[in-house]
Ligand binder design. Structure first.
Ligand code: G3P
Length: 218
């Protein structure tokens, strides 16, 4: 499973990339606004740190505008993935950009039929927002399973599932059990993956017992 970070904070990306586990980055207009930085500067700086896919979202709402913005964004770096909203205009732009071999990430996906039509449109990635579905009383993880089943049914659909709007470790683990290709993690959730209360407790006990032996490995 590929791990992307869901953030536009360049310093955070630089820091967490030291783990050696970051395969890509996703951004969106809200995350760019939160960073307080210039969009293009953010993308250029991220591309200096990360070799893998970097999603950059268009803000036009018409097909022609999205294609124009997408082509401009794709020129920033070879690893830019153009993020398009799941609207009819967005999917028309997806078809056009796919024909031009521009990688795409179709975002704001909330239903299995939307995921199917995005895949038919040639999306490189589909971003189902599972946390926001949980927020309205639906089950985001069941939604991931539905998309996985649909995509597995048709060899011609090559779209990768990029689990988004991730809030919990259960989201991460169950998405991996289902077999989602990629997950985009808020930095906080990524760091939580390393932790378990019993790991900390167990290590404290080992180190206390070791100290009593008065031995040293080096
Ligand atoms: O990048 C899109 C997605 O991950 C947003 O998540 O937490 O705003 O629902 P959230």
């Amino acid at each position: 499973m590929d791990f992307f970070l869901d953030t536009a904070e360049v310093e955070v990306i630089k820091d967490l990339n030291e783990t050696g586990l970051i395969d890509g980055i996703t951004t969106n207009p809200s995350l760019v606004a939160k960073s307080g930085q210039n969009f293009f500067t953010v993308l250029e700086n991220i591309s200096k740190i990360i070799d893998g896919p970097i999603s950059a979202e268009v803000t036009a709402t018409d097909t022609a505008g999205m294609i124009e913005e997408g082509l401009k964004l794709s020129k920033i770096s070879k690893n830019i993935v153009v993020k398009l909203p799941l609207t009819i205009d967005g999917l028309k732009a997806c078809v056009a950009l796919s024909k031009k071999k521009v990688a795409t990430n179709v975002t704001l996906c909330f239903s299995a039929s939307q995921a199917l039509i995005a895949a038919k449109s040639g999306a490189t990635y589909i971003s189902p927002f599972i946390g926001r579905l949980d927020d309205i009383g639906e089950n985001g993880l069941d939604f991931i399973q539905d998309i996985k089943s649909i995509y597995d049914n048709y060899k011609s659909l090559n779209t990768k599932i990029l689990v988004a709007s991730v809030r919990t470790l259960e989201h991460v683990a169950k998405s991996a059990i289902i077999g989602a290709d990629t997950i985009t993690l808020p930095p906080k959730v990524f760091m939580e993956m390393y932790e378990h209360e019993l790991t900390k407790k167990g290590l404290d006990a080992f180190l206390k017992d070791w100290a009593e032996t008065k031995q040293s490995i080096l």
